[in-house]
Design a protein. Sequence first.
Length: 291
Amino acid sequence: MAQLIVNADDFGLTAGVNESVLALHRAGVLTSATLMATASHFGAAAAEAIPSPDLGVGCHVILVDGTPELPPEDVPNLAPGGRFRPTLGAFVTDLMLGRIPEGEIQSEAIAQIRKLQAAEVHVTHLDTHKHSHMFGRVLRPVLQAAMLTGVRAIRNPFEPEWALAATGNAPFTRRLQVKLLRTRRAGFLRMVHQAGLATTDGAVGVLATGTLDAKIVRSLLEAMPEGLWELVCHPGYNDAALANVRTRLRESREVEHEALLEAVPAFAGRHRLIHFGDIARPTASEQRGTA
């Protein structure tokens, strides 16, 4: 039996996203969500998640396309002018050119995680907006932030070959990008293991971001082998507030909401639904029995 984490990104983005996440969790088809510390509906999402102990809540660390939690003067290279770079391409270019210090990434990640913790959210794991932690110069400081704040798990953002094959109608360019990025997987797993954090065997649904419908969800769940996997999704209600948010995912959020309701229950007997808190490794002191 495969173990499956169904995780909704962008928790806190709008009231409609929050409502969708909680409705799907109550329906038993969504086990996890990652909360955006700097989103406009963060407070409501945090408050609504606390009474739901079976909903794993992680921190969706934002380093691209948004505003920092820290004062701009504390992260002048990461967020010049008080805003992150608007695209992943611009971010990665400057990252590789050494224009973004890892220390600023670590400080900002810690600030975002601690905002969740200050709101009494038990942070089960980390992931990043646009999967920026697939790059070592982001992963290293994010792992440090996790260890310093007591977070024990992180998303493995790399989609396995079986899931790519099960995702039909994906644009050729995006399929090629996802395949090329898989070359970073070995280094990612090595760094996560060295840091002592837990992760999955891979993320599915990444290729289908924006096109994830019931047919693709069924195809992915049908093809899913034994192991520990995360289904990455972006459900939500396409309300008026979403029209004022910088995102390409609008109508697709409602499609994903309905897709999860339709497809996930049919595989309940084949896949055990869990969240990241169920896989977190014990700390070194706990392993020694001294915690």
